[in-house]
Design a protein. Sequence first.
Length: 568
Amino acid sequence: MRLSKFHLATTREAPADAEIVSHQLMLRAGMIRKLASGIYTWSPLGLRVLRKVETVVREEMDRAGAIELSMPTIQPRELWDETGRWQKFGPQLLKIRDRKEAEYCYAPTAEEVVTDFARNELRSYKQLPVNFYQVQTKFRDEIRPRFGVMRAREFIMKDAYSFDLTAEGMAESYRIMHAAYTRIFTRLGLKFRAVQADTGAIGGSASQEFHVLADSGEDALAFSDTSDYAANVERAEALAPATLRPAPAQDLKRVATPTQKTIEDVCAFLKISPAQCIKTLIVRGNEGLVALCLRGDHELNEIKAAKLPELPGESLLADEADIVKRIGCVPGFLGPVGLPVDIPVIVDRSAAVLADFVCGGNAEGSHYTGANWERDARITRIADLRKVVAGDPSPDGKGTLGIARGIEVGHVFQLGTKYSEALHATVLDDAGQNRVLQMGCYGIGITRIVAAAIEQNHDEAGIVWPEPMAPWQAVICLINPKNNPAVNEAAEALYSELNARGIETCLDDRGLRPGAMFADLELIGIPHRIVVSERGIAAGTFEYRGRRDSESRNLDQASLLAIFTRGD
Ligand code: ATP
Ligand code: MG
């Protein structure tokens, strides 16, 4: 590719609303352009990178025995009604009507359509196992699209779906996909980890997420320092403390805290640590309000709370008006002592072993000190409610947890029969009996990977692509070609030579001055830069610089070519 014939559109400044580095750099490099909230055009440069990711993903899916197909992005409501997800998927599902008033959605994922395909196509166990995949545009009406293509509304996902006769077969298909994902992210040159995950709206039993490790990641991940335990914090269990609750030593006492509403303020005022406080959250239960109690220094894990049988599958704070009506006190002074008896009090495992704690007094401007469970406050149930923190014991009993941040780029699930049962997708087994298919599903965020790779690989000058994702492997820069035909000739010869050797090379013949040209090429992150100049030709050398190098080197052609054969 000659860059004079390509469309490069770099800028020095990033728009002010681009919060994270990858978003800024993708805009500055001219890889993406925003059309509407969460909806982007991929420029020719961006598309080259996207294609690299897609190619690696396709190669590894094919190698793992998955078969590519292509399913519609517009899907009929009836199918989504069969699984109940027309309602359950919630506002993320973009619903559309056609001219006959028939209802459709834009696919956020494709379990319904692939299971419909399977129930029509698969008749016998002899056709199993089978794994169908596609690389396809998805739409999710995200509540807060942000960070460019990282959390977009329209994005490209590779989605795969396995079908097996038995649960053991499904587990094997899952294992194969897990291995394929490991190969994909390794080949792409990313630092990543697979972690145990919550199954969310997709459902099913076992599931793991693949995360690219980056400080800007939206997800917190918990790792053991001793074992290979790794889990999304959403999912990580907080073990019950090994210690028992001490016996009460203090009397219950009401103290005035006229303006102290937060744990921080209360602790500063009473000169105690947050670990000696109970914070009480009042949420909407299935029948009326529910109190959730945690230690003051711990945070509620909303995913765990949503699974409590007392809650309707989500954890939503109650309206202040309801709280005032039922408890007679505003948030900020709530506590478990003296709550109305019909409000269940669910206490986190760590909070349940506290004695002589401080908590809200259920009256504006007051707290209790010296409060104790059972003696002063009811416990309806003890549950694991909190997010794990660094220093917690690992749930597998081995070592201590540390917390790192990650970007979810892939997710694998064992679904079992959740969709196949709802859609009556069955095959005949070897005894001629109808059996419901066992499914797995496996997603990779193709567009998100591009942004995640940049989060992990950049410097002050711009993007530093892992080689397999770079738009080109090498660029040849011409210095002052107009005045010197020999520069042109030497560059053209090297350009042909490198491309003939399968090294994707572009020629920067835009006629820019060296400073501006180099800045552009560093911004777009091309791994190898070769400068052809009059001086170099006279010396029989090229000036070479790797994108991660701090200085350039003068190399003769043989040494230059050796860099590519060695692959460094
Ligand atoms: P998240 O928790 O980030 O919202 P998810 O768990 O809802 O993602 P999945 O249903 O597991 O996503 O989808 C498979 C993959 O698709 C994810 O691992 C992620 O890489 C990608 N993906 C999901 N939502 C988006 C989005 N809004 N923008 C870009 N990529 C996305
Ligand atoms: Mg997910």
